[in-house]
Design a protein around this ligand. Structure first.
Ligand code: 5GP
Ligand code: ZN
Length: 139
């Protein structure tokens, strides 16, 4: 439990949520701001500041629940696709510093959410082998 962490308060029942799933380690509930209908957050019950700092065993449990919820969104909300997203640290858009995974159902045609992975032309020429080598250093 981290002081002033909104998700710790949800885990403790101090703040209400639309709960979807709970076990000893994992809690899932609807995001208060629905980007599409059914947008769900899957979180660790213990406080870790992001996906990157969560013990792998807990991260695996959270991802396992995220997969099942995604499957349910397809079956029961009739979503046609799902985005799985973990923002890590403010530079990546993380606003709540308690590990969570977004499971966002996607609907046919224009469902109002735009995630744009187009190539960034401002980057210019990049050496992919050299970038790959840098990342590989810690693997
Ligand atoms: P982030 O930007 O950190 O990846 O995502 C945090 C998410 O938490 C946001 O999508 C935001 O809408 C959601 N959120 C923030 N406060 C609350 C809350 O009190 N209840 C619920 N259910 N979601 C919240
Ligand atoms: Zn917390």
């Amino acid at each position: 439990m981290e002081n002033n962490c909104i998700f710790c308060k949800i885990v403790n029942g101090e703040i209400p949520c639309a709960k979807i799933y709970e076990d000893d380690d994992v809690l899932a509930f609807l995001d208060i701001s629905q980007t599409t209908a059914g947008h769900t957050l899957v979180i660790s019950k213990n406080h870790y500041d992001s996906f990157l700092s969560t013990p792998k065993e807990i991260m695996h449990k959270v991802m396992n629940v995220a997969q099942t919820i995604g499957q349910s969104q397809i079956t029961n909300l009739h979503a046609k696709g799902v985005n799985i997203l973990a923002n890590c640290y403010p530079a990546a858009g993380q606003t709540v510093m308690h590990f969570h995974v977004h499971v966002i159902p996607r609907y046919e045609n224009n469902d109002g959410l735009v995630i744009d992975f187009k190539e960034n032309k401002l980057l210019g020429e990049l050496s992919l082998p050299s970038i790959a080598d840098s990342i590989k250093k810690s693997l």
